[in-house]
Design a protein around this ligand. Sequence first.
Ligand code: CCH
Length: 277
Amino acid sequence: SEATPKGPFVPTKEDYQKVYDEIATKLANETDYDDGSYGPVLVRLAWHASGTYDKETGTGGSNGATMRFAPRHARDFLEPIKAKFPWITYSDLWTLAGAAAIQELGGPTIPWRPGREDKDVAACTPDGRLPDASKDQRHIRDVFGRMGFDDREMVALCGAHALGRAHTDRSGFEGPWDFSPTVFTNEFFRLLVEEKWNQRKWNGPTQFTDKTTSTLMMLPTDIALVKDRSFKQHVERYAKDSDAFFKEFSDAFVKLLELGVPFQSKPEDRFVFKTSE
Ligand code: CCH
């Protein structure tokens, strides 16, 4: 008998949930990295892939995976997942991994939808579109304003620094922002408001350290969030109100991951993935 002709494979929400589950399992199993989780580095990958967007020219953003060379740690982590689900584009995988990491590290749900294509290297944006940590509030407003974010969204997004740490061999900076760098919390904001931050005395680039333990750090751009009056209002609000931070971070992160992506689907078609037990 005639074989039924097969159309191209069209993945469903369940297929993407399988990718999510694979990422979640791998995050739970591979704890021999940094503070015990690859989650923070996946969040940073999703942010860097998306944060090149320019609203004036519509260039940059996660569509295209033009940040062709993902940082090695994130790439090594995700390559086996790409091999197991070859139908997913890198740009969808990188953003989905960021959403999964936020959820798995105890953060808010990050509704997500597919639709990004991988493009040729020729579509790469020029370097220098991501923020420079040695700068101040004007720079933060320039860079995130170019992506189309307002003050409130900029502050919410920077709260991701509750996760992970800086590495001297990557950025020159060193240390974690709080005591639980593998759990998504509003601690970044609480510490920013409640601790006294002194300039660290060392040979590296200017960064700040907490008076109480001298083990934590803030970047100059983090400190700028409490130097600027408009930014500081939101820092203080998030320091007190974790629910508000979770909600507003989720909205801003969803927006970040979708910048410049020509979706066929509608916002209401976003998937809400089940977090692992
Ligand atoms: Fe960030 N970030 N980030 N960041 N970032 C660094 C690490 C992380 C800036 C600079 C740095 C966001 C905004 C900013 C993460 C998520 C986000 C590091 C250390 C620098 C420097 C890198 C290293 O040495 O490994 C600056 C400047 C800004 C804005 O002005 C936003 C927005 C997000 C996500 C929503 C995460 C997560 C990390 C930790 C990575 C890790 O390896 O642990």
